[in-house]
Ligand binder design. Structure first.
Ligand SMILES: Cc1cc2nc3c(=O)[nH]c(=O)nc-3n(C[C@H](O)[C@H](O)[C@H](O)COP(=O)(O)OP(=O)(O)OC[C@H]3O[C@@H](n4cnc5c(N)ncnc54)[C@H](O)[C@@H]3O)c2cc1C
Length: 401
């Protein structure tokens, strides 16, 4: 069988891999995207999906530049203007987009819609080849490229392999890249509900000692939940009949939006923290969940993955423009240096929040709430934190500026 040649092969066409493949193809690299399952399209009238993401303004900019945002908006996106965070002892911190001169804090969008929009654009792009259904069986680095064998026997040759194959990343494992892991012993229950009161375009986050509960506003007035609970408790909650689940959920939310009046199917995902010791292997590089997985309590995982994409593209384009081999370890390490600190900071911030709130120690509770009162009135510091969470910083790569 003949060998197909590309500048770059991207393994994994989830949100992050698809964004990476599209961005690289638009920069003139010849790119193949290898994925096991194509995303199904989503129509405006379809019921809301279980998996959603809160996308920052920086991620929105990337998706706009890649031409995916317009399509997403034509189906449905849900801007949120406010965020309210509270716990049992404290009435809470309120974040308002107007306070920082923006019209919203971010958008809640279904994962499948983001992925499908990116796939559509990739399939229309020049220099882009979609290999799906397909999976990588083996990748062997050579001096001047990497040989890739697909499970169906097809062979590819690329200058660079980008592994965007998710948290379990078969490529990361095959390359023997160690991973630092922490297991929260929790699962995140997801589902779509309706409540007595409207969601008010607000993301509601209640910190319970057992883990955070988020109510995220959707475009049709329904609400997407992420309810973190210890694994056996999550199994119990998932198995409850609908009326009992609604009653427990209403109680857990402090009835902030009244009773939970409807609830659809539910699912759950393991919650963990994971960071690859290196993002770089010979002629290969990790992005997205393959490189880092964080607790979803502040909804930042995919946003970090999109920042990986914007940074990697900038570094590869710079190297190519200055006539260097863009897949050299020295070049790839520039990407790693620029992303590792940011990813680690957000990961440890999530860890800190998780520990601070999942603790019933009264003294710690008092200190926590005193701290939050000061923070809520802090003006400048509060605005700074909100802008960081929206991905608005001074040192952004061109694609998200
Ligand atoms: C409950 C929950 C809530 C979350 N909420 C948010 C949020 O609000 N905001 C946010 O930013 N993030 C959020 N996240 C995180 C976010 O969902 C992930 O960070 C993001 O989906 C990772 O995308 P990815 O493309 O890196 O990986 P994935 O989505 O896992 O994609 C990997 C892809 O690789 C493919 N693949 C795997 N192996 C192979 C192979 N051998 N060959 C070919 N293809 C392969 C898979 O089929 C898959 O399509 C949340 C996560 C959870 C669990």
């Amino acid at each position: 069988m003949s060998m197909q040649r590309f500048d770059i092969v991207v393994a994994g066409g989830g949100m992050v891999g698809a964004a990476g493949a599209l961005a690289l193809a638009r920069e003139g690299f010849s790119v193949a995207l290898v994925e096991r399952h194509a995303p199904r399209p989503l129509q405006p009238g379809d019921p809301p999906e279980l998996r959603v993401v809160a996308l920052s303004l920086a991620s929105e900019r990337l998706l706009r530049r890649l031409g995916a945002w317009e399509y997403m908006e034509s189906v449905r996106t849900s801007p949120y203007t406010d965020m309210h965070v509270w716990d049992a002892d404290f009435e809470g911190v309120h974040f308002d987009a107007a306070e920082i001169g923006e019209s919203f804090l971010g958008h809640i969008v279904e994962n499948r819609l983001v992925q499908h929009a990116l796939w559509q654009r990739f399939q229309e792009a020049d220099n882009a080849t979609c290999l799906c259904p397909a999976a990588i069986a083996q990748a062997t680095p050579q001096d001047d490229g990497i040989d890739i064998e697909l499970e169906d026997g097809r062979r590819l040759r690329a200058a660079l392999l980008v592994a965007a194959d998710g948290a379990a990343s078969p490529l990361r494992e095959a390359f023997g890249i160690p991973v630092e892991r922490g297991d929260y012993g929790q699962r995140g229950i997801v589902g779509v509900i309706r409540t007595q009161k409207p969601h008010q375009a607000t993301a509601w986050q209640h910190f319970l000692p057992t883990g955070p509960l988020a109510f995220l506003p959707l475009a049709d007035g329904s609400i997407s939940i992420v309810w973190s609970a210890e694994s056996s408790e999550a199994a119990r909650l998932l198995a409850l009949p609908d009326d009992e689940f609604r009653a427990e959920l209403g109680k857990a939310s402090d009835h902030v939006l009244g009773e939970v009046t409807e609830c659809g199917p539910r699912a759950s995902f393991p919650l963990r923290r994971q960071h690859a010791k290196t993002y770089v292997h010979e002629r290969a590089v990790l992005i997205g969940d393959a490189a880092h997985v964080i607790h979803p309590l502040a909804g930042q995982g995919a946003n970090l993955g999109f920042m990986d994409v914007a940074t990697l593209v900038e570094v590869l384009v710079d190297a190519r423009q200055s006539g260097r081999d863009f897949a050299q370890a020295r070049v790839l390490r520039r990407y790693e240096r620029r992303r590792r600190g940011d990813n680690a900071t957000v990961m440890w911030a999530m860890e800190g929040f998780h520990r601070l709130f999942s603790n019933e120690d009264r003294t710690l509770g008092w200190l926590r709430n005193a701290g939050f009162r000061v923070f809520d009135r802090s003006g400048g510091l509060k605005r700074y934190i909100v802008r960081q969470a929206m991905g608005l910083r001074d040192d952004l790569p061109a694609l998200v500026r």
